[in-house]
Design a binder for this molecule. Structure first.
Ligand code: FES
Ligand SMILES: [Fe+2]
Length: 382
């Protein structure tokens, strides 16, 4: 049983962090390695923030559903017959069996254990053999609802009933994404790449948020985009990472026929990365799925103009899968091992006030959000 973080742990974990990135150290290694901070991540971050589910196309038809785990909890997202998007804990009110699995289309939700039946709005409508029960009114029983929102072409859920909406929290993010990807709602699923990484999820995010490592670790990437144009801006709960496609030949993939010339990437607190690479119109969603203190899953979903990728996209996927991901996974797994030694507590944030890609100010921004989230639960445990 994990001992939760105590009030003085919450003071210690802030040590070295400074609001000013030029004076700050990184988030302490304990937050990446200790069970009590994994427990804090689940409670303070993952159970209170907007988590990516899927593209709107998957939940467009009445009766369509997706079942998934969010912050370790079974959740079902459903489009009901009236067209209202709903999300529930995917847990039967009889004896807690999970209700829906995978994805599909259904007219009602029937529990596979004893066949209790719920409408798509979560209301129990039938419970076999219950006529003779005393004080039992099926219409009083309803699945536990979870917040769900359609935001900028995708569906997100939030386990915190008190959380404000994603559009309201994220400022200009939607305007920014739609500026670069006006066709985001009409793109269609093409392919998924999946990875299982031996690292804490925050190392995966840290690595995603800076291109300081690109010249040493991703030589091909530095040809694919023009590093001199790489600019990273932090805002509220997201950061924007923009660069122009390189003009010369490159060893990553051929972009000479690209209609989209800008590498436009957004990170949305805490675990969603939204990317538009040079090529045809597309959006790649990198969903970072924390599984434990030192284990993280990643899915890269490619949403394209057509379900079949074109030659340039096949090349881009091959580059991502066989080169870039191999490089990045090697980096974060090494960092996780290093953080687990007595030789490392925290290091200096390398920040450039000009906001270049070769700066770690977006990592510092992320660490500030993590520490704020920890502080919010510290007040409750004090
Ligand atoms: S657990 Fe669902 S009907 Fe019994
Ligand atoms: Fe990288």
């Amino acid at each position: 049983m994990t001992q939760p973080a105590l009030p003085n742990d919450f003071d210690t974990i802030r040590t070295g962090y400074d609001e000013n990135a030029s004076r700050s150290l990184s988030l302490r290694a304990d937050a990446y390695t200790q069970d009590k901070w994994w427990d804090a991540d689940l409670r303070a971050v993952l159970a209170r923030t907007w988590q990516w589910v899927c593209h709107v196309e998957k939940l467009r038809a009445p009766g369509s559903y997706v079942a998934l785990q969010v912050a370790g909890q079974p959740i079902a997202v459903v489009r009901d017959r009236e067209g209202v998007l709903r999300a529930f804990y995917n847990v039967c009110k009889h004896r807690a069996h999970e209700l829906l699995s995978g994805e599909g289309v259904t007219s009602r939700i029937m529990c596979p254990y004893h066949a209790w039946v719920y409408k798509l709005d979560g209301q129990l409508v039938r419970a076999p053999e219950t006529d003779h029960l005393e004080d039992f009114t099926p219409s009083d029983i309803c699945l536990d609802a979870v917040q769900v929102e359609e935001f900028c072409g995708f569906i997100y859920v939030n386990l915190d009933p008190e959380a404000s909406g994603l559009a309201a929290q994220s400022g200009d993010l939607e305007t920014e994404i739609r500026h670069w990807a006006p066709d985001i709602d009409s793109l269609t699923f093409g392919r998924r790449l999946s990875y299982d990484i031996k690292s804490n999820w925050k190392n995966v995010i840290d690595n995603f948020l800076e291109c300081y490592h690109c010249p040493t670790a991703h030589k091909d990437f530095c040809d694919l985009v023009d590093m001199d144009t790489y600019k990273v801006t932090t805002h509220g709960i997201y950061s924007s990472h923009m660069a122009e496609a390189g003009n010369g030949t490159n060893s990553a993939y051929d972009v000479s026929n690209a209609t989209v010339r800008t590498h436009a990437v957004w990170w949305l607190w805490p675990t969603t990365c939204i990317m538009r690479y040079p090529g045809r119109s597309s959006i790649i969603i990198l969903n970072v799925i924390p599984m434990g203190p030192d284990r993280t899953l990643e899915t890269y979903d490619f949403f394209l103009e057509t379900p079949e990728p074109d030659a340039m996209e096949i090349d881009a996927m091959r580059y991502l899968d066989e080169v870039l991901q191999v490089e990045d996974i090697g980096l974060v797994e090494s960092v996780q091992r290093g953080m687990s030694t007595p030789a490392f507590t925290q290091g200096r944030i390398v920040s450039d006030p000009g906001g270049s890609g070769k700066s770690e100010h977006a990592v510092h921004h992320f660490h500030g959000l993590v520490l704020d989230a920890y502080a919010a639960i510290a007040e409750q445990t004090a």
